[in-house]
Design a protein around this ligand. Sequence first.
Ligand code: GLU
Length: 380
Amino acid sequence: MSISLSSYRRIVIKLGSSLLVDNNTGLKVSWLQSLLDDVVNLKQTGCDVLIVSSGAIALGRTVLKLPKGVLKLEEYQAAAATGQIVLASTFSSNLATRGVHSGQILLTYGDTEERRRYLNARATIGTLLEFDAIPIINENDTVATSEIRYGDNDRLAARVATMMSADLLILLSDIDGLYTAPPLQNPAAQLIENVREITPEIQAMAGDVGTELSRGGMITKISAARIASDNGTAMIITSGTRLNPLRALDEGVPNTMFHANGTPRSARKKWISGQLNTKGAIAIDDGAITALKNGKSLLPAGVVNLNGDFSRGDMVSITDKYGNELGQGVIAFDTENCKKIIGKRSTDIAKILGYAGRSEMIHRDDMILKDPSRPDNENA
Ligand code: GLU
C-alpha cells in the first residue's frame, strides 16, 4: 500500500543497524546519502523529521576490529563511543551539504521515563525542531548499563515519537513488515498490511527475526507499535534495504501499518484526565476562566492563589477563586517559582526568575477542563 508521507506533520524514522553498517566495510555511505535525500525532500514539504539511528555499536566494532561474538559490557560501551562519533559526524556533514542543520541527542532510559528529565529532553528536541534542525537520536550506550537501558532502538524510537507527539513512526528494517509466521522458516507466511489492534494473535506472529547486527527483532517492534498506537502515533514497518527507502514507501513497497488509536493530542488529554493524584491546586480569576474555555493556555497573570507542594511537570488541579474544581493540568513551574510569578505578566517572568522559562503556567495541550463547552476539550 502506498503511503503519502507528506500528509504527516511530524515523522520519526528509526534506522536499523544492519541498514547502516556492513560488518566488513563499515558505514554504508551511499545508502545513507539516498536516505538523507529523501529526508530533506520530506522536510521541504513542511514535515518535521527526527531520526533515531542505531549502528553505533556495530560500527564501533568494525572500526576497532573487535572479534565477532559476545563482548564484555565495557567493550560494547567503548564500541558504541567509537561508532557514535563517526555516525554523528557522517549525519552532520551529509545534512550540512544539503543545507540542513542537525543535532545529536543521546538518551538514557530515565530521560524518557522520569518526568523531569522527560520534560527536559522534550524541550531540547522541540527547540531543535523550531530551529529547523534534524535531531539525530540514539541511546546513550556508553553509560547505560543493562539494568537501566532500552537495549533496542525500536522501543526507544516509539517513546521518542510519543514524547514529541509525532503522528508517524517508521521503522526501517531488513524485513518488509509483520508476517503471519517468520518468513525465512515458513514460505507460506503472508505479509499483514494493516494492524488496527494488537491482539494476542498479532503478538504471537512476532516470532523473532532479529539479525546478527541488530538487537531488536519483531518482538520489540510489536512493543514499539503498542507504545505508539496507544499514544496516537501510527507506525510503519518496512524494509529499508533499497536505496531511497522513503520515496519507495510513497511508491508503494510492501509494509505493515499499525494504525493509531486517536491522535497524539487526544491521547495526551486522555492521559491527563486519567491522572488521579494532583500535587496541588491553583485558583484562577474569571478572565482566565473565560480564556481557558476559549482554548487558551493559562498565563501567570490569571492565577490568584495556589497551594500544595509541586515540581515542574506535576499534575495540579485548577479551581475558580472559591475552590470549585474546573479541571487539571501539568504545571510548568515548581511551587516556589509559581509563587513568585502569579499575577505577573508573562513578559516579566525572565526578570523575576532570572531565566526565561515558559510563558504559560499550564499549556493548553497540557490541561483538561470539566466544562464540555471548551472547544478542544476532547476527553473531559
Ligand atoms: N543503540 C544501539 C546502537 O546504536 C542499537 C540498538 C538496536 O539495534 O536497536 O548500536
